[in-house]
Design a protein around this ligand. Sequence first.
Ligand code: FES
Length: 317
Amino acid sequence: MLQVNVTRKADEAEGICSFELCAVDGSALPPFEAGAHIDIHIAEGLTRQYSLCNDPNERHRYLISVLKDPSSRGGSKAMHEQVRSGQTLTISTPRNLFPLDRSATRHLLFGGGIGITPMLAMAYELSHQGADFELHYCFRSSERAAFVAMLAQTPFAGRIKFHDDSGAQIQKLDASALLAGPDAGTHLYVCGPAGFMNYILDSAQNAGWPQDRVHKEFFAAVPINQSANAPFEVELASTGQIFQIPAERTVFEVLDEAGIAIESSCEQGVCGTCVTRVLKGIPEHRDKFLTVAEQAANDCFTPCCSRAKSSRLVLDL
Ligand code: FES
């Protein structure tokens, strides 16, 4: 955990604020890689993850950007309405669950709306490396597009294509055309709202992109209907202990209450922090983190949200 000061809070676009965070003692912050996020402890029991969007070469600050989400579970609303410039916040050190693939010879970055944030850090890093990349930034309207003026000043401005949903047809994103004919060295990265993600991911799948060259980061899970949830059991392989998982509770909640620690972050099936090996039984995958192939293998699952198709899961815990 780190203590940081909010040294600057700025309106970047309609509904989007950025927050510059510096160490309270002015020292250098732990380094981060493009794609990394930090956990921000906004208030008691309220922790949220935000991608770092500044140049990873910078050590004096972290920069995050937050969209005020009308369906906010409290995090983005509190960041906008309660967090002020000059305030001290407790944050985690950076963690990277969305890294660039170093083996790629070319990178295609797609950021939709606030999903531009991890792409900014990626673009800085790729630019420093002299790598071949293209950044596609899609937004609903110019009023809701953060960082456009700043991006025009970057050394990689020539590699950015802006796609305004409310603008002329000719500049709108045509994912099928862009993703047609994937070549072996190109990797694709996508982050944004669910509809945007699905558009890019479906286009990639239709164009025959292999899953190991498609990298994605969801912000939030699509709500799942929990009304048909059934109870099941989990067994811990190390001790043989058996826990009943009722329909209204998650494996993570039950085990956490029993003092069985599983590292977690988003608790919505999007970050992958809690992925746990399954030794026996068939999980019912509800996450957005594992690939289709990983889910089909049924040898791991996300206990924060996924359930079971079999009556018992034996976990490698
Ligand atoms: Fe993020 Fe489970 S805690 S996927």
